[in-house]
Every structure is written in C-alpha cells, then in structure tokens.
Write a protein that binds this ligand. Structure first.
Ligand code: BG6
Length: 507
C-alpha cells in the first residue's frame, strides 16, 4: 500500500470517522514520552491523512522556547522514532506548521495558555475542541488538572477530554484520589486513562478472534481449557528509568496494568455491544471475579524476583543492584509470577498463570491457552511420545500472530503422533505494517472513543488485586529470590506452576 494512502484497517477497530477539528494540548511537551511516542504517532497519522485539516498541537513545558525551536526539536524526534523513515518532507512541513509551544512556569502561565488556545481556535478553525494530554511525571498531574479548571482552559463551545498516562496512582487510594481530582474538572466519560497495550494491534485482535469467530468461543471455558499462561517477557533492563522503577517495581509497572488487561480480554464474556461501556463493563466483571490473593496465600500464589548479573544474547549485563540509581538495600522486584483464578461460571477452577520480568532471555509477549487432553486415549504412550497438549498461542510481540498446536500422524508405518502448528503470521497475511499503539489510541481519543481506555472502576479493581501482594512483600518477611539476567526468572517461578504438575512454555 502506498505511503500516504488511507487504509481503514489502520484506524483502530472501528472503521473510523475523521476526528473533528481540535487542539491537542500536551503537558510535558518537551519530555521523553512526547518525543518518543506522541509526536512520531501524530506524524504517522498525518502521513496517513487520518488527522483533520484543522488539527493543532500545543506543547506545554517549563522552559522557554520559540515555536520554531520546538518544531526543530520534534523533527529530530520524529526522524528517529516514526515508523516511516525517512521523513516525508511535504508531510512534515504541513504537520510542523500546526505545532506550537507555550511556556508555563508559574500559575499565570496558564492565562497565557488560555489566550493562545483562544487565538488558535479563531485563526485555525479548531472550534474550541480540546484534547489535554498529561505526559508529565505523575506528581504534576493534580496541579495541572486543577489549573485547567481554575484557568478555564476548557472552552465551553467545544468538547474537552483528558488523556492520563500511567502510572494512574501507585495504589488503590492514590488512584481513587487522582480520579476525584480529575472529576473536579472532567466527567468520567471525558477521561481517557491510557494503557498502551490495548492499542496494540494483536491485543485488539484478541477481541476479534474471540467474538468474530464461532469456532473458538464454544471451547473457551473451564470444560476445555486446562489453564492459561500469559507472559510479558523483556530482555531489556530498566534502562534510564531506574529511579522511577526502583519505586515502582514490576508489579506496579507492568502487572497491575498491561498484564491484567490481557487477562481480562482473554477471560471476559461477550459484551452486548462493541462500545466503551459495554466492553469495559465486562472487563470489570472479570476483575471483580478474580479471587483475591490474601496475605497468607502470597507465598504460594505470588512469586517475585530480582535479577543479578548475567548474559543476554551472549553479552554480559550488570545486576539490578549494580545500577547507580538503585539503592543498595533495594528490595524492588524485577520479576513477578502469579497464579490467579477467575471465580465465575466460565472459568471456575482454571488457573491463569501470569509472569513478567526484566532481563529475561528474550522479548516475548504471548497468551497461551492450553486445552485439556482427550477424555479417552486411543493411542499408546509410545505413539504419543511427540504429542504436546493442544495450545492456542496468541503472540502479541514480536512476530505477531496466532498459532494452534495439534497432533498429526507422522508419515511412517504404524501410528506415531507429533505436534504440528497452524500458523497465522500478521506480516505475511496483511503485508502492511501494524500501526503503533499510540497512533490507534490517539486517534480514538480524538474521536472520543474510550473502548480501549481504562475506566475508573477498572483501574481501581486492578489496584485492589495487587495492593495486598505488594503490601505483604513490603512487610519484609518473605524472601526476595534472585535470578541471573538471561534466565526465565527465579526457581520459585517454576515451582509456582510446577506444584500443579505443569510447566511454563518457552516462548
Ligand atoms: C511500560 C513499562 O508501560 O511498558 C515499561 O513502564 C515496559 O517498563 C513497557 O518496558 C513495555 O511495553 P512494550 O510495548 O515495549 O511491550
């Protein structure tokens, strides 16, 4: 498909209408997220002509900068991080004309910002519609939201929405408090809490796989599924973010949000409609049905670990404790393994094993649905030697695709069975690059579609589940096992699943 032509498949799950004219106001306009994710995604949307002609971005930051300097800085970021390189000069030129910068150092700065937004509405026809984006460190969220309210940055003539980046709080109480502050200025349906995993094409495809096909749903329950494994493995360490990470840990950073989102999409009931509230109602029901891990069960159903020095792809890497920003006494987990149950009609008794870690042997995110063995064996143990359980694997990344493993007869005399796979590979079937998650999510936020964003009750249920585990780990009586970088986590993780007579898949 030629660069610049519009492919509706790229526009998220719903064949999209063009967003209305609007201004996107990015707090944290000179920050890392804006440079690495937001601007490249907006540029890529502009390249595909998915943004309205009257669309303007106002970056807000503390430093002084002219519009021209801001544009220059972002050009470098887009050139480095956009998925369509090199930059298309014509697209960039018209896109860059719509980028502006406003410095807000103190409270009065917000009045300048209001005037500037009003001016842009008049000059460029953006009609008062505003998408605010919190891309700052979380400590700035509350003051910014209050300033949006106090300085009347919403224009009563248009719509206003706000996108909130994770982490949304650091526990249940802080997440609820943040929602209360947001509600001082925005209604819940104007709040878009972002979890970029929901914008990933293969994550959305999970919904399609389940609810646009008739062959999977009948076997998608406790009667046919033996267990589910969800893995979010990363070979990278914590990079430049050790200071943040050491306070957060793997549970808050990935499990509370991305991993639990994947679980809810696997486990949810078919929603009554494909719209924001129907889908999120079903996800919340799953979260509410998850059996809480009580303090006395943490040792048995939750595992944590911290990596020590080791090797990734043959290269030596330092241990977590050796990082300069990490406190010598840090007990922050870089690995989490969980065994969860969804106590409802569909899933009663079916374990969901979840794991996530930094510095594992490879980057691999996948969901594996392992089916039960046949009720009666016709074939001898010898014949079945090469037969593994039927498994449906949804590969979220990399090499996005879906594969179904089943037994087939080996073409020799007599019966010998071996596992083979039917494989769907995204790239091979569609021959196009999948959009980046931020492209999908920004477009949805501009269109006002919150289906792929997290609602307040959803976030709160996620925290309700992980808080007691974190608290129990914090109390310091449980071991913090270690694992060498480049291995699949501590031995305790193998025991978590091994005690049930099962083992982790090697993605
Ligand atoms: C982020 C976490 O939300 O997700 C990171 O803060 C993590 O620590 C990242 O590496 C993983 O996202 P992806 O898209 O690379 O799988």
């Amino acid at each position: 498909m030629a660069v610049g032509s519009v492919n509706p498949l790229r526009a998220g799950l719903r064949l999209g209408r063009m967003p209305e004219p609007s201004v996107m106001v990015i707090f944290g306009g000179t920050g890392d997220l804006t440079a690495r994710k937001l601007m490249p995604a907006l540029y890529d949307l502009a390249r595909q002509r998915l943004l309205p002609p009257a669309f303007v971005v106002v970056g807000v930051g503390r430093g002084q900068m002219t519009d021209a300097e801001f544009r220059g800085q972002l050009r470098g970021a887009v050139a480095e991080h956009s998925r369509s390189r090199p930059i298309d000069e014509d697209v960039w030129r018209s896109f860059a004309e719509r980028l502006f910068y406003v410095s807000v150092r103190a409270d009065e700065g917000y009045d300048d910002l209001r005037r500037r937004l009003g001016q842009l509405d008049r000059d460029l026809g953006t009609e008062g519609d505003r998408l605010f984006y919190l891309a700052t460190p979380p400590a700035a969220y509350v003051p910014i939201v209050r300033s949006i309210g106090r300085h009347e940055l919403r224009n009563g003539d248009g719509w206003a929405r706000i996108v909130v980046e994770k982490p949304v709080g650091h526990d249940l109480a802080s997440a609820t408090a943040l929602s209360h502050t947001l509600h001082e200025v925005f209604d819940e349906d104007e709040i878009f809490r972002i979890d970029h995993y929901l914008g990933k094409e293969t994550v959305q495809n999970l919904i399609v796989l389940r609810f646009a096909n008739s062959i999977f749903e009948p076997v998608w329950d406790r009667r046919y599924v033996d267990h589910v494994q969800i893995t979010v493995a990363e070979s990278l360490g914590v990079g430049e973010r050790a200071e943040y990470y050491d306070r957060a840990g793997a549970m808050r950073d990935v499990v509370q949000n991305h991993l639990l989102q994947l679980l809810t999409l696997v486990a949810m009931e078919p929603p009554a409609a494909f719209d924001a509230n129907a889908v999120r109602d079903e996800k919340v029901k799953v979260l509410r049905a998850i059996r809480p891990i009580r303090a006395e069960e943490v040792a048995e159903r939750a595992v944590r670990g911290q990596y020590t020095a080791g090797f990734i792809e043959g290269e030596p890497v330092p241990g977590y404790h050796e990082l300069a920003e990490v406190a010598p006494e840090s007990r922050t987990e870089t690995f989490v393994g969980l065994k969860l149950f969804v106590d409802n009609w569909r899933w009663e008794g079916t374990p969901f094993y979840l794991r996530h870690g930094k510095r594992l042997p490879k980057r691999a995110t996948e969901i594996a649905i392992q089916f039960r063995a046949v009720p009666h064996q016709l074939f001898s143990a010898d014949a079945r030697e090469g037969l593994e359980p039927n498994t449906l694997v949804v590969r979220i990344q990399p090499e996005e695709g879906i594969s179904l493993k089943f037994g087939a007869k080996v073409p020799v005399q007599g019966v010998r069975i071996r596992s083979v796979a039917m494989d769907f590979v995204y790239d091979a079937s569609f021959l196009i690059d999948a959009p980046d998650a931020y492209e999908t999510l920004l477009l949805d936020a501009l269109r006002g579609d919150a289906t792929l964003f997290t609602r307040q009750d959803e976030t709160e249920e996620q925290w309700r589940l992980v808080d007691p585990i974190i608290e129990s780990w914090r109390s310091g009586q449980l071991d913090l096992p270690d694992y060498a970088a480049g291995t699949w986590g501590p031995t305790e993780a193998d025991l978590l699943i091994g005690r049930d007579g099962r083992e982790w898949r090697q993605p």
